[in-house]
Ligand binder design. Structure first.
Ligand code: NPW
Ligand code: K
Length: 488
């Protein structure tokens, strides 16, 4: 599991650790991690000796890290230029070290010198600002970020701690931000690096351990890995039968969208539930049974028999409000997706997982879709609090927010999932995990993780996978995460 901490938590841990270390030692640990990554990148493109490095240094410690790293690379034979955003406030020791290593300072006002240094650079260090950054980049900082965005350098852009201009705690970019190829981050992850649009601006992540771990609190925000997901997946023991493995009800699909019923039921059948009961119109139920003879079908939630959780909403269309209310009113764990989101209660009192995409969440919260895309974490959290439900916001970096403040960010997302019907598969899968006894946060995170891997696997097979391809890839993904079911 990877942990994500807030600026406030990082600052407190940094203070506690620094009190035990000689002056400047913590920064040198950070610089050592940064230089290791830069040297590796430069070796891949011809070597450190003779390489051209440009350091963009703001007035804080982020600029200090970058200047020290520039100094160390210069000592190993690189030509280093530094652009100081505020020469009077530049990190004094870092600048002295940079100069005595032979580094050259280029004025931020020397347009010609600046452009020529950037154009020739093999590597650009973005030390404009780190966790001290607030709001959109201002003045010269914004101008430099724009030059990098315009592709004025062919060199790799390496962000120090985080890409400048990305809000550390939210991943939002209120103004211009640096688009990095790599980011070397110190001590712990920040939301800026895992939530879009920040995550996209960070490029490839590298982690430098500076010994902060023992001083950091338990993280509210985490990123699960394979082992976490494997441990959460329900493991049907030898004694379990179809009922003890959980029965999931699927209220999805319509004459207009019968495919949604087929895909959601398919997702549910793969999620480990012992049985799937489908509720919907006869014609749709017939299609579901033809594709999945193992599913039980009936015309309404009341008619299909007992279940342990409901998946509600994919492709439901209009006129199903009574069915939705019946399923929601059964007092069981529920997953609500797509059209089901139109009929939410004021607040949930039992376990609930909502799975909107940005457009659906924007309608729920009555804000613009672009506002949701720009502030994904904020809006997912707001909806979680308002409905007392776990909110899984789909899209570029899927985030899950729980009403108690916990957040999980899914690391397996892929643009391959941007195809009609993939959300129906996810809804079925997550509902099945709910029926298997997982909490809404665990069911949602496990489903999103496996679904993302299935998307990647399907994309490797067919380039532009359909929802059916993603569904077909799920069993192999789940098998590789969990191992074979049934003690085999
Ligand atoms: N924590 C750790 O464990 C360790 C931390 N380390 C490093 O320290 C970094 C944090 O350093 P930091 O606290 O000095 O702040 P930093 O990010 O350099 O920014 C402050 C400067 O930015 C400016 N500024 C702000 N917003 C702006 C804007 N929108 N547009 C333009 N300017 C803006 C602000 O100006 P002001 O608002 O004060 O006028 C001020 O001058 C951290 O990210 C890591 O790299 C490692 O060395 C060791 C371990
Ligand atoms: K930075």
């Amino acid at each position: 599991m990877k942990t994500v901490h807030t600026v406030e938590e990082v600052r407190a841990a940094e203070e506690a650790l620094m009190a035990r270390l000689p002056d400047g030692a913590l920064m040198q640990r950070a610089v050592a991690g940064l230089v290791t990554v830069c040297a590796r990148l430069l070796r891949e493109s011809g070597g450190v000796y003779g390489a051209r490095v440009v350091v963009l240094a703001g007035a804080g410690n982020n600029g200090g890290d970058a200047l020290w790293a520039g100094a160390r690379l210069a000592r190993r034979g690189a030509h280093a230029d530094a652009v100081l955003l505020d020469p009077a406030k530049a990190h004094a020791e870092g600048l002295t070290a940079f100069r005595s290593a032979g580094g050259r300072v280029v004025s931020v006002d020397d347009g010609v010198g600046l452009r020529s240094a950037l154009a020739q650079a093999d590597l650009v260090l973005d030390g404009i600002l780190g966790i001290g950054g607030r709001g959109g980049l201002r003045g010269d900082a914004a101008r430099l970020a724009a030059l990098l965005r315009e592709g004025r350098t062919a060199g790799a852009v390496v962000a120090v701690d985080l890409p400048s201009g990305v809000d550390p705690d939210t991943g939002e970019t209120p103004g211009d931000a640096v688009a990095a190829d790599h980011t070397v981050t110190f001590g712990t992850l920040k939301a800026a690096l895992v939530v879009d649009p920040g995550a996209a601006a960070a490029g490839t992540l590298h982690f430098a351990d500076i010994g902060l771990g023992p001083f950091l609190p338990e993280a509210e925000m985490t990123v699960l890995d394979d082992a976490d997901v494997a441990a959460l997946l329900p493991d049907p023991g030898r004694e379990s039968d179809k009922y003890s493995r959980g029965v999931v009800g699927v209220l999805a699909g319509s004459a207009q969208f019968p495919g949604a019923a087929v895909l959601a039921t398919g997702g549910a059948l793969h999620g480990g539930a012992g049985m799937v009961r489908y509720a919907g119109p006869d014609a749709v139920a017939t299609e579901v049974r033809e594709r999945w003879p193992e599913a039980i079908a009936g015309p309404s939630p009341d008619a299909v028999g007992r279940v342990q959780a409901w998946t509600i909403g994919s492709g439901l269309g209009d006129g199903r409000e009574d069915d939705v209310r019946a399923a929601l009113g059964a007092g069981l764990p529920v997953l609500v997706d797509a059209d089901g989101l139109r009929w939410l209660p004021e607040r949930f009192t039992g376990p609930a997982l909502l799975t909107p995409h940005a457009g659906e969440l924007s309608r729920l919260l009555d804000v613009d879709r672009s506002a949701v895309e720009a502030r994904r974490l904020h809006h997912a959290r707001e909806a979680a609090r308002r409905w007392n439900a776990v909110v899984l916001l789909k899209g570029s970096t899927t985030v899950l927010a729980a009403p108690d403040g916990r957040v999980r960010v899914n690391p397996t997302g892929t643009s391959a999932l941007a195809a009609a019907g993939t959300g129906d598969v996810l809804a079925g899968l997550a509902g099945s995990l709910l029926a298997g006894g997982l909490s809404p946060l665990d069911a949602g995170s496990v489903a999103a993780f496996a679904h993302g891997l299935a998307g990647q696997r399907a994309a490797a097979g067919s380039g532009y996978p359909s929802a059916g391809d993603v569904l077909a890839a799920l069993p192999a993904v789940l098998r590789s995460l969990r191992g074979p079911v049934g003690g085999g």
